[in-house]
Write a protein that binds this ligand. Structure first.
Ligand SMILES: [Mn+2]
Length: 243
């Protein structure tokens, strides 16, 4: 089976459209979406309009959970922008998304880790900042989850790792946002350093082959939209992949 894996679109419809066009050229069997779909100062309603009719196997991210379940004073600017823009039908669609989902017996979709939509799987944040997670950390987060392939998102960082018993974990990176800052658990910056939209193509056969893809799109236009919505830090991240 040939899979396309998209994650962390964050309302960036032009990036999503560029990725979907690239996927269409590659003739995949299935495209799956790992969540954080709409939050951000861009095109939340239009992004949901694009995705809902496609019926892709989709899970929710922490941002869908936050914007649907927390009051406006408990969510950040990006969730607030999306919550204000989405229609009731779009919120119903997001509310119905599961936190994790299986594709057959072998493949598991998660946003953060199997246990949490907030925990980082393949990176670790500590007092020194963010770094690639150690083998022991990855094993602990994978736990005894049965799967040949675990797909995760959330950290916007394309990366693969394998547990000692051979489970492959793949983060395809982010379709819509190539740099962000988070204050939890300690302040840290994630910066890809390039603005292209990211996703992954995965061939699942006797072996599993992963190809990380970077796709150009009109990030200048999207950065201008972020600026028009008062988010200069988003504009810089969109243009450069840096903060
Ligand atoms: Mn997330």
């Amino acid at each position: 089976m040939k899979l396309a894996v998209i994650a962390d679109i964050h309302g960036n419809l032009p990036a999503l459209d560029a990725v979907l066009a690239d996927i269409a050229r590659r003739r995949v069997d299935l495209t799956v979406n790992l969540g954080d779909i709409v939050s951000g100062p861009l095109f939340p309603r239009e992004t949901a309009d694009r995705l809902m009719p496609l019926g892709l196997p989709t899970i929710r991210g922490n941002h869908e959970r936050q914007l649907l379940t927390h009051g406006p004073d408990r969510i950040g600017q990006s969730d607030r922008f999306a919550a204000a823009a989405l229609t009731a039908a779009q919120k119903d669609w997001l509310a119905a998304l599961p936190a994790t989902r299986r594709i057959g017996d072998d493949i598991l979709m998660v946003h953060g880790t199997p246990a949490s939509d907030l925990e980082y799987f393949l990176e670790t944040v500590d007092a020194a900042g963010i770094r690639a997670a150690s083998s022991d950390e990855i094993e602990a987060r994978a736990g005894d989850t049965p799967a040949r392939l675990i797909l995760c998102g959330h950290t916007h960082t394309p990366r693969t790792a394998k547990t000692s018993d051979g489970r492959l974990i793949v983060n395809p990176g982010s379709v819509g946002l190539q740099a962000y800052r988070d204050e939890e658990p300690v302040p840290h910056n994630v910066e890809l350093g390039t603005p292209e939209a990211r996703y992954a193509i995965i061939e699942v056969g006797a072996e599993i082959a992963v190809e990380m893809i970077a796709v150009a799109y009109d990030w200048e236009a999207v950065a201008s939209e972020a600026e028009a919505n008062g988010r200069a830090e988003w504009a810089r991240a969109l243009r450069t992949g840096r903060l």
